[in-house]
Design a protein around this ligand. Sequence first.
Ligand SMILES: Cc1cc2nc3c(=O)[nH]c(=O)nc-3n(C[C@H](O)[C@H](O)[C@H](O)COP(=O)(O)OP(=O)(O)OC[C@H]3O[C@@H](n4cnc5c(N)ncnc54)[C@H](O)[C@@H]3O)c2cc1C
Length: 552
Amino acid sequence: MEHMFDYVVCGGGTCGPIIAGRLSEDPNVKILMLEAGKDSADMDDMHMAGAWTQNHTGETDWNLTTPPQPGLQNREIHVPRGRFLGGSSGCNGTICVRGVRQDYDDWGLPEWSGDEMFRAMKKSETFHPSKWFPEDKSSHGYDGPMHIEAAPVLPLGELMLESYKSKGLDYRPDMFSSGETANGCGHTLRTTWKGYRTTPMDFLTKDRKRSNVTIKCNATVDRVIIERETDNTLQAKGVEYEDNDGNRFKAFARKEVILTGGTYASPAILLRSGIGPKADLEALNLVCKVDLPGVGKNLQDHQLIFTYYELSQPGLTDDPRVNHDPNAYENGRREWRENKGGWLAQFPFGAFAFARLDDRLTAENPEWREFSRRPGRDPMGQASSQPSLEFFHTVCYGGPPEYTDFPKEGQYAFAMCCFLCGAQSRGEVKLKSTNCHKNPIVDHKYMSDRRDLLMMSEGVRFANEIVTTGAGTKDKIKGAWPPVGSSDDDMAVVDTKLRVKGVKGLRVADCSIMPLVHSGHTQMPAFGIAEKAAEFIKETASVKSSAVRANL
Ligand SMILES: Cc1cc2nc3c(=O)[nH]c(=O)nc-3n(C[C@H](O)[C@H](O)[C@H](O)COP(=O)(O)OP(=O)(O)OC[C@H]3O[C@@H](n4cnc5c(N)ncnc54)[C@H](O)[C@@H]3O)c2cc1C
């Protein structure tokens, strides 16, 4: 294999293939994309969106677990991450929620404004309209490699929409694409089409195979090769990586190395490369090349609570196919192979809503009233255009594989989910070993900020009101289930164009660069981040080549 490329992209998950795909539009450019996991072309359980949990353990997952979380009664939390081509976009819920413009405006960087991110997010998309769904046309892209569609919400979803509306959350069908409201209900779109999950690997496979992109799987990037130039600056020259047997290789980049290992892995690669907090590096006998105290810090996650209900009547959930059938997976896989249908073809979530709960908390909770507020902001730092919480529900009893108490014949259950948008708890990623095959310590410090706990408690209370007293569902609930019971920021790691501070030719371009999580699930911003990263990289290349031309 040839070892010299123009660009080396480290991580073939969500952002990596988008960047590799965009850069490969120039046939003169040679790209290497390294992925620690395996090829996913033949992974049916990835192609079927409903089989998502099947890839949350074993070789297709990074098997990362947090240390005991004091805010969660010392529970250790498994945080799944895809480890194969397509990465987390290949084992996620396929839900598309772009958030609201203010989420990105709050990053305080003109390059990353709400308008810019909404433009970049739709660039990856081909939206497939449906007769029943009134899409907001201006919010969508129609010629990108990722296939996105609206999914019907099934009978329970229709009732939930009625319940949301009766609680003051107006129906705005495509609000999760347009980002138009912080209070409302509607449909989320899905990264599925014709029974298949779409992932950013669609930038590089099928009709978009590119001869100038080399993809290497089972290739775990250990560190970036950084050399000091004659002008005393540091330059990224390439990477060292290992296969699954520990054999070591080098690949070199004429132009740039781009880290796309995701929120947990990119900081770990930087740290192993000697870029990070000096004391932490020296404690592991790593030579500190650039003392960047922010690497691995400011870790954020959306927290999510599922509350289960039993329904008093049949016909509203998918439990008969999913939970009552002892051969559910066998039958689901057969149906998918035969006609790309069946329960595994779709992700089992129904109708969604956003809500702001600051007024409720302010009226009812003295502790909430004590928190300080910036002008025009609530105690979470959010403006009135930003939702406090997202609500959604499953269309059968479902959730992670470790769940038990499945409904039996004649029993029907579902979960109401409460998802915290503006989480304030901050955690960190640290190395526990310099071995690239050992996972870093991922400590989210969930619920360590009291405001998260108060907002989540109020959210669960509101969700319970929606389900048990809302117009669509109040007569259908039997009970609970189971029936027994910025660049001037010293901590910034990259500049506004995602270049790692202190090293030339090195960028990070994945969800780890988000200074604040947006209101919603993170794959849409991942698409936007990758599209913008590719634009910045091309911009640098064109400035360099015109500078070269000017010198001739
Ligand atoms: C279970 C789950 C459900 C989710 N549901 C949704 C949802 O419904 N909607 C939504 O919008 N978002 C969802 N998300 C979040 C979203 O999918 C991710 O935030 C997004 O895909 C992350 O993109 P990324 O490029 O930052 O990282 P990833 O997609 O994780 O890509 C990183 C890639 O780098 C590889 N890698 C890591 N380390 C190395 C290394 N050292 N060398 C080489 N390769 C390496 C990994 O194997 C992986 O392929 C979900 C995520 C999960 C895990």
